[in-house]
Design a protein around this ligand. Structure first.
Ligand code: ZN
Length: 310
């Protein structure tokens, strides 16, 4: 009996010894690898944004379609297990007589698959109206909580005519649909018949005052969206390069188990964090909007950087 107890004791000890470094590696460790390289030339980005000063955006609206409640430990390496509110939003860049939609959140099905706690049917209905009226539709990346709201629209064929997905986003989306990956929007490959994605450039102007900044890492087709408003305010939508501002402030990635599940290029993302951290300090007037950050969303609304509701 004593022998058995001893054996059990040793086994438990070995398990603990193995699991401590495993937990640390999977859930807590986040360093900047030497291969992490990324830079944004803001002079070049601003030159592109200023090319058409005649008609810059007059406002940016936000519509929060749903909320995910996620343990902080999923969003930043070494985070606690208390739950964080992660809003899932769409944005509308408003000009005098037209608008550009950036990100389309998700529909009710995808929200359910992703375990969303809240889904706002009225907000989703307003998104549908905004998409139908938009001049252009762009997404920060090809994940279902950003492109799902577009792909679920009944008039998708018409909307694809003004959607400016990048070639890399289209390739990644087709792959996800073909492989029926988890929480892929319920859409067939036929939606992309004859669709030609836009070229992937480091920086490109998509509309007056709106510049796409290529940022692969979280997904192959990830990009940031720089917007210069007519009143001079500058906003950089980070997409899901960073879910929360604290990732940039602390230069800490999502934990490694999330990186693996999401099939991220961790070194690329860390390179982007280093550059965004530098820019955040160097350019305090450049307002960064992470992908799912409740506190930043509130700050943007209070500062008049965003207007609530489409
Ligand atoms: Zn997202």
């Amino acid at each position: 009996m004593t022998k058995v107890l001893k054996w059990l004791g040793y086994t438990a000890l070995v398990l603990v010894i193995i699991s401590i470094p495993a937990y640390w590696w999977l859930a807590m460790e986040s360093h900047v690898p030497s291969s992490a390289r990324y830079s944004i030339d803001m002079t070049a980005v601003r030159r592109l944004a200023d090319a058409s000063v005649a008609d810059l955006p007059v406002a940016i609206r936000v519509e929060t379609i749903g909320h995910l409640m996620v343990p902080e430990a999923f969003t930043i390496a070494g985070g606690g297990w208390q739950k964080l509110d992660m809003p899932v939003s769409a944005y509308e860049i408003v000009y005098k007589d037209h608008a550009v939609v950036v990100d389309t959140a998700f529909n009710a099905d995808v929200a359910k698959q992703m375990g969303a706690n809240v889904f706002d049917d009225a907000a989703y209905a307003r998104l549908g109206v905004a998409l139908a009226a938009a001049q252009l539709i762009i997404v920060t990346h090809e994940h279902p909580d950003h492109v799902g709201g577009l792909l679920a629209q009944p008039n998708l064929k018409d909307l694809m005519g003004k959607a400016r997905l990048t070639q890399v986003q289209v390739t990644a989306l087709k792959k996800a649909i073909r492989e029926a990956q988890i929480s892929t929007p319920n859409v067939s490959l036929a939606a992309f018949d004859g669709y030609q994605g836009i070229d992937d450039e480091p920086y490109q102007t998509i509309a007056p005052g709106v510049v796409l900044i290529k940022a692969p890492g979280h997904t192959p087709g990830s990009q940031m969206v720089f917007v210069k408003r007519a009143d001079g305010q500058e906003i950089l939508f980070l997409g899901d390069v960073a879910w929360q501002m604290r990732n940039i402030e602390k230069v800490r990635e999502r934990p490694r188990f999330v990186t693996w599940l999401a099939e991220e290029d961790r070194a690329a993302v860390m390179g982007e964090f280093v550059e965004l951290h530098r820019l955040h300090a160097a350019e305090p007037n450049l307002n960064m909007m992470p992908g799912h950050d409740s506190a930043e969303l509130t700050r943007f609304l209070q500062a008049g950087l965003l207007t609530k509701g489409f």
